[in-house]
Design a protein around this ligand. Sequence first.
Ligand code: ADP
Length: 398
Amino acid sequence: MKVLVINAGSSSLKYQLLDPATQEVLAQGLCERIGIDGRLTHKVPATGGKFEFEIAMPTHAEAIQAVLDALTNPEHGVIQSMSEIDAVGHRVVHGGEKFASSVLITDEVLAAIEECVPLAPLHNPANITGIKACQSVMPGVPMVAVFDTAFHQTMPAHSYIYALPYEYYEKDKVRRYGFHGTSHKYVAGRAAAMLGKPLEELKIVTCHLGNGSSVTAVDGGKSVDTSMGFTPLAGLPMGTRSGDLDAGILEFLMNKYGYDIKEMLNILNKKSGVLGISGVSSDFRDLDAAAEQGNGRAALAVEAFNYSVKKLIGAYAAAMGGVDAIVFTAGVGENSASNRLAIASGLEFMGVKMDAEANNTRGKEAVISAPDSKVKVLLIPTNEELMIAQDTAAIVGK
Ligand code: ADP
């Protein structure tokens, strides 16, 4: 089976054609500047080929058509015709309380995704545009929606409820939803496979640490708490996002500087996090380099980030009544030995013992705790596309 995975943004669209059974990636790429002019970068892993094209993309439909043309091109294509694509899996950011798992896209499902637009006004409209564009260019091909929020729908009410007047939950659906669900689910499954134990018997803390970061408590394969909230602004300090803060700060700064709510949120989303603390960069590689040169604020930003992750690991161990494994994934989690070591050291009291040498690795699955560590610490590269393709195959195969 061949599945085309689509992740549509407002002016960009990532794609991957893969076989979910063999996990082989046949081709992958990116359409950029949709609605402006249009650029396609297309890669074929088997040959190492990389191709770049300027193609007019007034809308997402032309972008999808350009992807199909690239996939079927006699020179750099990987399939003979579109009919070889058995299904399309779409990443959709917000499924609200309506979707606790991936689902075959029907008219009713599309309408329900549209109803979630107020919850994710920046992301869901782009995802919907991607779905409609695919439907117009690939009529009759079954399509599946895979939601960032779905995995977290198993959270109990005491985890997701905010201590606000209850009517805001009942009427307006204001609650913790959580994001990065596809990634947390994927790495939790891989952790069980690596440990050779059933997922249902494991308590795992999964740390997705990238440009956006979140930590999830996965008990018996189910998300029982997660650090992102009603929006992806909550939880850890991130590249440029503040994470959790005292809501009273908003009033204080808005009064003092005359910001309106839009300006305030722009600061919280784009100018805060480790960028805000350091004044240097949102990228941990730059922060490490600056800290090494003696930049105290860069060092502080990294310390504050690591400390927040460590605190959540402790909190989630308490929430689950124990922990069998801690997983690191995404850009920082997969690549930064120093962040992982700083986060997981000092947790010996709860049975976590790192192996500095084993930790000195990147980008591939590895056990990075000491052999006698009660809690296993694992490095697991995330693979959201594979998870989307596997969910899609499972639903379409039914
Ligand atoms: P996104 O959330 O955008 O998907 P990624 O998961 O790709 O982001 O993570 C990107 C981040 O990973 C970069 O901003 C950078 O901070 C971090 N990163 C990548 N490589 C390294 C590295 N070698 N050391 C430290 N951090 C790294």
